[in-house]
Design a protein around this ligand. Structure first.
Ligand code: SAM
Length: 235
């Protein structure tokens, strides 16, 4: 992968960055995403944020090599601290991390999202955390996409700031309101796999010398929810 040849996952993320955006890509690694978007004329400007020095140097090198240092600024910073008021950022991408970390990054410097109207988030796991954050912080999902690449399943959550936020049900938080409605085969496969995994864990937990009652109840409930949803979307 490079800036001219994004993975399907990153290309899908890129597809949700509106034309004319001022973008912050947090956890940018090589800055392939903002460089790609700048080269294609999609973004006006960008901040490539990285907390680790090695990837930050990679990002800076990539931006310089492409002659884009007037348009994209690499910043070594933790999470949203990479965003400064003068950047006038309106779109934030956070991709390729766990949902808990994405949520922590968004929560700990939430004030820096002032002026941000769109979030494009791609958690590798823990999507439920991210949906809960959105619902609690004035952002509504406007699209969700699921895709499989290199043996992994990825969900991309796109949310806009909206004056009235739609409250999600427990099912919508866990499975995703758009994904629930879509009946995508990748979605069905993901949850079949998750069902088998949860059933195996339940079997193991039940055979413990001291059975943890709370854990059994939580697993049983999760299994029932997954079964119910799979029944609905496979019908
Ligand atoms: N966003 C790219 C993508 O989706 O391909 C790179 C994903 S890479 C797996 C995750 C990157 O996030 C790493 O380069 C890591 O250093 C960076 N990262 C992790 N925590 C961060 C934080 N709190 N602030 C900024 N970057 C962070």
């Amino acid at each position: 992968m490079d800036a001219d040849h994004l993975s399907e996952r990153l290309a899908t993320v890129a597809g949700y960055v509106p034309t004319g955006s001022r973008l912050a890509d947090i956890g940018t690694d090589h800055a392939y995403l903002p460089v790609n978007l700048a080269k294609r004329g999609v973004i006006i400007s960008g901040v490539a944020g990285e907390v680790v020095r090695g990837p930050f140097e990679n990002a800076r090198h990539e931006i310089d090599r492409e002659g884009l240092s007037d348009q994209i600024t690499a910043r070594l910073a933790n999470g949203l601290k990479a965003i400064e008021p003068g950047d006038q950022i309106d779109t934030v991408v956070i991709a390729g991390m766990g949902g808990a970390l994405i949520t922590q990054i968004l929560t700990q410097d939430f004030g820096r999202l002032e002026g941000v109207n769109r979030l494009v988030l791609q958690p590798n796991v823990g999507e439920m955390n991210v949906r809960q954050f959105l619902m609690d912080h004035g952002f509504s999902l406007v699209a969700e996409q699921i895709l499989a690449e290199d043996g992994h399943t990825y969900e991309i959550l796109v949310a806009d700031r909206q004056p009235v936020v739609h409250p999600y049900t427990a099912d919508e938080l866990r499975f995703g309101p758009f994904l629930l409605a879509e009946h995508n085969p990748i979605f069905i496969e993901k949850w079949r796999h998750e069902l088998a995994r949860s059933q195996a864990v339940l079997k193991q937990v039940r055979s413990a010398a001291v059975v943890p009652v709370d854990k059994v109840a939580a697993l049983e409930q999760a299994i029932a929810e997954i079964e119910e949803v799979l029944h609905r979307v496979s019908a």
